[in-house]
Design a protein. Structure first.
Length: 152
């Protein structure tokens, strides 16, 4: 079953079960998919890769928002909790990322292959890794590891 159809089915189940939190997350994801579908430069079909891209983008936004609400302390605790639920829901659809050791090994291997020797070349390294491992590692994680390896 296509991911978009699976989301539709999850929404129906959540509404029937009166699960408002799940229904809200799925509605948000479906809204973002619809925005992509009607975007000016979009031509084609909504496939699973695009659905995963939309879910990943939303998860990334949630991570930033959670950090902001956590800064508020007790006032933002309820909202941060709700956003954590949404983030966990999204992560259930996304492929599991690399752990720190695997990411470090990948960065080290690609640094050698590309001949990266100073911090000015890290952008090229990040771009290379993101082309082949998108969804498995975060660009910020690759950059951080590369900078650590160059310093150490």
């Amino acid at each position: 079953m296509a991911l978009e159809d699976e989301l539709t089915q999850r929404l129906t189940q959540a509404i029937k079960a009166k699960d408002g939190r799940t229904a809200d997350v799925v509605r948000m994801l479906k809204t973002r998919l619809q925005e992509r579908r009607t975007a000016k430069d979009f031509a084609g079909q909504i496939d699973d890769a695009l659905v995963l891209e939309v879910i990943g983008g939303y998860r990334k936004q949630l991570q930033k928002a959670i950090a902001e609400y956590e800064k508020l302390g007790e006032r933002g605790a309820e909202q941060a909790s709700r956003l954590r639920f949404e983030q966990e829901f999204c992560e259930g659809y996304l492929p599991k990322g690399m752990d720190e050791a695997a990411a470090r090994a990948l960065v080290k291997e690609r640094m050698g292959a590309l001949g990266v020797t100073d911090a000015k070349q890290v952008g090229r390294l990040v771009g290379d890794i993101m082309k082949t491992h998108k969804g498995q590692v975060e660009a910020a994680q690759v950059k951080r590891i590369a900078e650590e390896l160059l310093k150490g």
